[in-house]
Every structure is written in C-alpha cells, then in structure tokens.
Write a protein that binds this ligand. Structure first.
Ligand SMILES: [Zn+2]
Length: 349
C-alpha cells in the first residue's frame, strides 16, 4: 500500500542519501554528555524519561552557542517497507535505514514519538534536535518477533533496538500507524511488544481507506473501528494519533478530532499527513495539530533528505532543545512566532 505516488528515480535518491549523509556528518555538532534513559519496559506509554532535572541549565551564552530554538522545525519521517531489494520508490533496505539512523545521530537528532511532538512533550538534552520516525501500513518487516519472543534484529524495530545498544543516548522509539486489516505485523503479540518497549501504536484507519471518498458514517467507521481494535488488542493502550492514508483528509475534518462508531466514541490528539516540509514546532503559531506534515522516505524519494539538508544549511530554522521540557526557549527575535497559549512557559533570550 502506498500513501501516494510521486515518481522519482532511484539513482537521484541514492545520490541524495549520500549527499545528506555527508552534509549532516560535516555539520555534526556533537557537544556534551547526554544521557537519555529509556522508558522502562512494562510501560505502555511512550512518555519521555524524566531526566531533565539531572541536567545542568545552560546560561544565555551557552544557549546562543548551542543555537537553542524551540520554535524551530522538526522533521517527521514516514517509512513504509524495509526490504532487502527495494523495488518501489517508498521501499528502503534495512541497511539504508541503519545508515539513516547513523546520519541522524551524527547530526544531533534524537527520536521522539508522534504523540510527544503533538503534545509538546519534548525532553531532550540541550543542543539536541527532535526527529519523529513513523511507519505506515504495519508490514511484517517493520516489527516481527522471533520464536523466542524477542524482536527480530532484521526488522525496523530490531534495528532501532540494536542502534540504541550501540548509542545509549539515542532512545529507540518510533510511531507505528497501524491498519487492522490485513492482520498487522502477522502477529498480534508484536503490538504488545511495541507498547511495552516504549513505541507508540497509532491509527491508520481500519482498511487503509481514502477518507476523502467516504461519508461521515464511513469516516467514523474507519477511524473508530481501528482505534477500538487496537485498544482492545493492547490492554492499557490509548490511541492518541492518526495518519490519514494517502495524506487525504475527510471532507468533515471535525471527525478527525472526535467521532463515534457503534456507540463507542473516539478522540484523537493529532493527525499526520504528508508534505515536503518539516513540521513546525508544536509551540509555533504555524503548528496545526490536525495537519502535521510528514516527509517521504525511500530510495525513490528525497523529501526527507532535502528537509535535513535545508535544516543543516540554516540551523536557525531547526528545533534545538534547551534541555528543559518545561521551558520553551528561543531567540528573542523569533518571539512573534510563539503560540500565545504557551506564553507562560516562554523564555526568549
Ligand atoms: Zn498507508
């Protein structure tokens, strides 16, 4: 299943990957000793680890040196299948995915979930940049378990886990936008494993529907049935976010926020689509909770690489954390971009 079609060549995308890697590595601003403890196993929410209090607070000079800007943009990557021999433009090989994690790591990016972005729950060490890794369509290569119940190291989740073991300040987390048919990940236990290991399980409609073609009842059935199924499959789970298939919104956008299916209400905090730009900061006036842009990845597309290159070329555009999840710190000349709802937490410098 593809979210949409844009034809690009594999060769140019490969060149883009290499270019992005070189640019970002060259711009890597590895600074300090960050220590992001991960959410302990057993938690069914992907909330950020409460490590901020242990970190020193940067002074104004340090903020400027680090380029702290919590009104800057945050790239949200959209992945599809990981396959050894990519054939479709949105496919990516496991090796290329591992390479992309390294590129992100070297450039100072650290993953947060889609729900954490939407809620502005961003808890990273000072100087680090959030990135959101999302996976659509719940294909088996994204997360699968071995017979002994451990995660397959060749799956996307397995690659993330291995990367965290090698880079303990890179928390293995991602958001999986799951369709309920066909059976996601070929094994329902996978959903529980993901929830228990700090990943976000989110909705992608029951049958990968084009919501623009459905009436109000149809839209609510596609979303409500998916949410109800997931919350039943994973005890304790609350589905907080949705990615609309094909990037298409329903005519009645209110149904993204809340609706009812078979007498059971659903309520979502945020909705993700597809675009060619990084997401605005959740504290920015430009941020729209129900239309958060995501960037295509894959060997046939270069939206993600382009966005990373733009942010590397002009780091003042990029979200750079102050190390304190409560304060919202940014250069004073950006103050007009702040959503006034967050004024009481603002710290211009
Ligand atoms: Zn999809």
């Amino acid at each position: 299943m593809r979210d949409h079609d844009r034809v690009r060549t594999k060769a140019s995308a490969l060149a883009a990957l290499l270019t992005a890697g070189l640019v970002l590595t060259a711009c890597a601003d590895d600074a300090d000793s960050d220590s992001d403890a991960r959410t302990p196993a057993g938690s069914t929410t992907a909330s950020a680890a409460p490590t901020a209090s242990a970190r020193p607070t940067p002074d104004a000079a340090q903020l400027a040196t680090l380029g702290v800007n919590e009104l800057g943009a945050i790239p949200v990557f959209m992945y599809h299948q990981l396959v050894e021999k990519p054939r479709r433009i949105y496919d990516m090989s496991p090796a290329a995915f591992r390479e992309q994690l390294q590129t992100l790591y070297d450039a100072g990016y650290r993953p947060i979930t889609a729900a954490a972005l939407a809620a502005g729950e961003i808890d990273l060490p000072a100087g680090r940049h959030p990135v959101v890794l999302t996976f659509d369509d719940s294909t088996w290569d994204q997360a699968r378990l071995l017979p002994d119940g451990t995660i397959d190291p060749k799956s996307a989740a397995g690659i993330l886990e291995a990367f965290e073991r090698e880079h303990p300040d890179f928390r293995a987390t991602a958001t999986f936008f799951v369709n309920s048919t066909p059976e996601p990940f070929t094994d329902r236990r996978v959903l529980t494993w993901l929830a228990e290991n700090g990943y976000e399980i989110a909705a992608h409609t029951w049958s990968h529907a084009d919501l623009g073609k459905l009436d109000d009842a149809g839209v609510q059935a596609e979303i409500g049935r998916d949410v109800a199924w997931l919350e039943e499959a994973v005890p304790g789970l609350t589905v907080r976010t949705l990615a609309v298939p094909f990037g298409v919104h329903p005519r009645n956008r209110e149904l993204l926020r809340a609706g009812t299916f078979e007498g059971v209400p659903y309520r979502l905090e945020a909705v993700f689509g597809v675009s060619e730009i990084a997401s605005p900061s959740p504290y920015s006036l430009r941020f729209d909770l129900f239309d958060i842009p995501r960037l295509d990845t894959g060997l046939g597309v270069r939206d993600a690489q382009d966005a990373l290159e733009r942010l590397a070329a002009d780091p003042t555009l990029r979200y750079t954390s102050d190390g304190d999840p409560e304060r919202i710190t940014f250069p004073a000349d950006r103050a007009d971009r702040l959503n006034p709802d967050f004024a009481d937490r603002a710290q211009p410098y």
